[in-house]
Design a protein around this ligand. Structure first.
Ligand SMILES: [Fe+2]
Length: 264
């Protein structure tokens, strides 16, 4: 696995994480750019949830403030972690209603694209819908399923998260809208997912999502579309391990992308 060029920051004894003026300015500019793209692309529940979060405009939010808002709504909180954590730790945190957050913010030179998740992706992208009880129930149930699953099925479960929490789309009476964090934190892919004729958009089906390969370093060639967050709540109460067994029985779909070139 490629190692990170960034190191996560940790809270001091008062619970605050220190950010420099330049890091705060990067947050301000990322937020500014993304807010200008949400109308007509982000779904209404997500935009309303963003309002609930009330993120500061001119500095990186503090995790204790993010946690306070989440706790009031759904009992969730955020937990600082190193840039990359393993599946077991990831599932365990989610099952405990803690969303893991890498606390560093990208440097200016990585402003447009960063493969690894930074705090802009984690907090701006992921935390708003965790104020919604239906979405939150799904992510908690997902973590529980991960803890119960055979480790050989972890990669398969990762695909379910990918096609919902990261790159999920939703039908609305005004057209397709986004709710996934990977879309909310990427101006290019948000436009690609919602505005472009290039990608396939299929009705969400959990077994289909589990069977669909993805690459993390390209715009997705396929997205799955739910009808509302109610679908995620239904998923929270469904037999996720049964879906995995069914997906294994049916086998993987052929990728809709070229295989990644071997590193030279
Ligand atoms: Fe993410």
């Amino acid at each position: 696995m490629k190692s990170s060029n960034y190191e996560s920051k940790y809270p001091d004894e008062t619970g605050r994480i220190p950010y420099s003026a330049e890091e705060n300015a990067v947050w301000r500019d990322l937020l500014d750019r993304q807010l200008g793209l949400l109308e007509g692309r982000a779904c209404t529940p997500w935009i309303n949830a963003l309002g609930e979060m009330n993120f500061p405009k001119d500095r990186v939010p503090q995790l204790k403030d993010v946690s306070q808002v989440l706790r009031e709504h759904t009992g969730w909180s955020v937990a600082p972690v190193p840039a990359l954590i393993g599946f077991t730790e990831f599932f365990g945190l989610l099952a405990n209603r803690q969303f893991p957050v890498a606390t560093f913010i990208r440097r200016r030179e990585d402003f447009d694209y960063l493969q690894e998740p930074d705090i802009f992706h984690e907090v701006f992208g992921h935390t708003p819908p965790l104020t919604d009880a239906r979405y939150a129930a799904f992510v908690e149930a997902y973590g529980q399923a991960g803890l119960a699953a055979d480790p050989k099925d972890h990669a398969m479960l990762a695909r379910l998260f990918w096609f919902t929490a990261e790159f999920g789309l939703v039908n609305t009476d005004k057209g397709i809208r986004a709710y996934g964090a990977g879309l909310m934190s990427s101006p290019g892919e948000l436009r690609h997912a919602v505005d472009s004729d290039l990608p396939l958009r299929k009705p969400f089906d959990p077994v289909e999502a589990l069977r669909t390969p993805y690459r993390i370093d390209i715009y997705q060639p396929i997205y799955y579309v739910i009808d509302s967050f109610d679908d995620l709540f239904d998923l929270a109460n469904a037999d996720l391990l049964g879906y995995i067994a069914e997906a294994r029985r049916l086998g993987m779909h052929e990728p809709l992308f070229e295989p990644k070139a071997a590193a030279g």
